[in-house]
Design a binder for this molecule. Sequence first.
Ligand code: PMT
Length: 222
Amino acid sequence: LAERLLTGTRVLLTAGPTRELLDPVRYLGNRSSGRMGYALASALGHLGAQVVLVSGPTALPVPKVAESIQVETALEMRAAVMEQVASCDLFVATAAVADYRPAEPAARKIKKDAEELTLRLVRNPDILAEVAALTPPPFTVGFAAETDEVERHALAKRTAKGLDMIAANRVGGERGGFERDENALTVFWDGGRRDLPMMPKTRLARELAALIAERYLERHVA
Ligand code: PMT
C-alpha cells in the first residue's frame, strides 16, 4: 500500500496539448494525448494530494481529481494556472503547450483562394517559467520533450527556468513519448538524477509521483 505522503498538499498539474486557433474551424496542435499528465494526476492523487488538473483537449476520461479545468489555448491554460497557483504547493507542467500562436486568427473560415498562404505566428507566454518566477514559487516540476541531446537540453531548461525538478523524455522515436501507452523518463534535480526506464505510463507516473513526493518533502518538512 502506497504511503499517503502528499496528504494536505495541493498540486496544480497541466496536461495534454493546446490548440491555437487559425479560424473558427482550424487550429495548430501537437501530438500530446494527455496520457502522461492524466496518469500523473491520478498517481499524485493516490499519494493523498489534492490535484487541480488544467487540461487541453484530449479524448481521455477525466481522472478522479479535486478539480478539473478544461481549456483549449495556451492563453486559456495560462489564465487558469495563474488563477489557481496561489493556493497550490506544487506545480507540475506535463502539458505540451504551443510555443507560438497565429498572430491574427481569422474571424471567418479561411477560403482556399490563394495558391500560397503565409501564417504569422507570435510567441506564447511560457507558463512554467512564469510560475517558477513567482515569489514565493511553488515546488516546480517541468518536463522536457526532446528529439535529440535530451540530457543537455533538459538540464539547460531546468537552469533557465529555475525549476526544482525536470523530467526529460525522448519524443519522435520508435518507442515512448507522445500518444503511446509507454514512456521512459530521466529526472534531474539539484545534485541528483534518476533513470526511469521504458514502462507503461501508469506505472511510470507512480514512480515519478513517488520521486516528486520524496524531493518535495525533503525540502518542505523539517
Ligand atoms: O500526452 P502524451 O501523449 O502522454 O505525451 C506525453 C508528453 C510527451 C507530452 C510529456 O511527457 C511531455 O514531455 N510534456 C512536455 C511537452 C513539452 O511541451 O515540452 P517542452 O520541452 O516544449 O516544454 C518544457 C516545459 O515547459 C514543459 O513542462 C511544458 O509544459 C512547459 N511549457 C512550455 C511552453 C510554454 N509556453 N509553457 C509551458 O509551460
